[in-house]
Design a protein around this ligand. Structure first.
Ligand code: PEP
Length: 251
């Protein structure tokens, strides 16, 4: 069975002291990693402190982006080598905010996914449609295309270890959640796509999260769906109490 994976995406929020007190309040209260993977995706400047603060606990630390090169003239960027060196274990790739505002493309997401595996980082690859695309009935084709391009050239084993987050853009930060049926239909289509471009075994193993206004009140129903293995959560992951409720729901 696939292990549930709940990740909080803090985006560009919190001060260092707020981040440290969140980690202090949660690190010993999340479920064990045997049951659920509990992750916080934090701004780059907090990575070092939070990896140190949570060492030996079941709370894992993720970056929200990275470059695909190991080093070089890329002012303002952070390399996978540095993330690995810091002890980071997961990295979010291709979040819709990065695709929309920072020129992230399917091609760069694919390069980053390959680079992540070269540095033992687990990628959380985000895909999802705009409201216009949903209304034009393009969701399934678009998401299948994003998944196919993101996974291109990865080995079957790497795909099995990957996490894919289906995040309809119209549901991110808007308070509008996809119905659990809508979310599951697309997650099932993501799995079918993995089966057709990689293998049935990879499709069975890959973990697929839903993201878009997930909160303690709606997570149970989402996680009960056949193809939803976890959640990527923005707003409702910022408070320790709420984050703990979300990871508990994964148990
Ligand atoms: C996100 O940041 O990926 C997200 C889904 O945000 P929210 O939960 O606030 O909609």
């Amino acid at each position: 069975m696939r292990k549930p994976i709940i990740a909080g995406n803090w985006k560009m929020n919190k001060s260092l002291s707020e981040a440290k007190s969140f980690a202090a309040d949660t690190k010993n209260n999340v479920p064990t990693t045997d049951a659920v993977d509990s992750i916080i995706c934090v701004p780059f400047p907090f990575l070092h402190a939070l990896v140190e603060d949570t060492k030996g606990t079941d709370l894992k630390i993720a970056a929200q982006n990275m470059h695909f090169e190991e080093s070089g003239a890329f002012t303002g960027e952070v390399s996978p080598a540095v993330l690995k060196d810091l002890g980071v274990t997961y990295v979010v790739l291709g979040h819709s905010e990065r695709r929309e505002m920072f020129n992230e493309t399917d091609e760069s997401v694919n390069k980053k996914a390959k680079a992540a595996f070269n540095y033992d980082l687990t990628p959380i690859i985000c895909v999802g449609e705009t409201l216009e695309q949903r209304e034009a009935n393009q969701t399934m084709d678009l998401v299948a295309d994003q998944v196919t391009k993101a996974l291109d050239g990865l080995t079957e084993d790497q795909v099995k270890q990957s996490v894919i987050a289906y995040e309809p853009i119209w549901a991110i930060g808007t308070g509008k959640t996809a119905t659990s049926e809508q979310a599951n239909d697309v997650c099932a289509h993501v799995r079918k796509t993995v089966a057709s471009v990689v293998s049935n075994d990879a499709a069975e193993a890959v973990r697929i999260q839903y993201g878009g206004s997930v909160k303690p009140a709606n997570i149970d129903e989402l996680l009960q769906q056949s193809d939803i293995d976890g959640a990527l959560v923005g707003g409702a992951s910022l408070e320790a109490d709420s984050f703990l409720k979300l990871v508990e729901a994964g148990k």
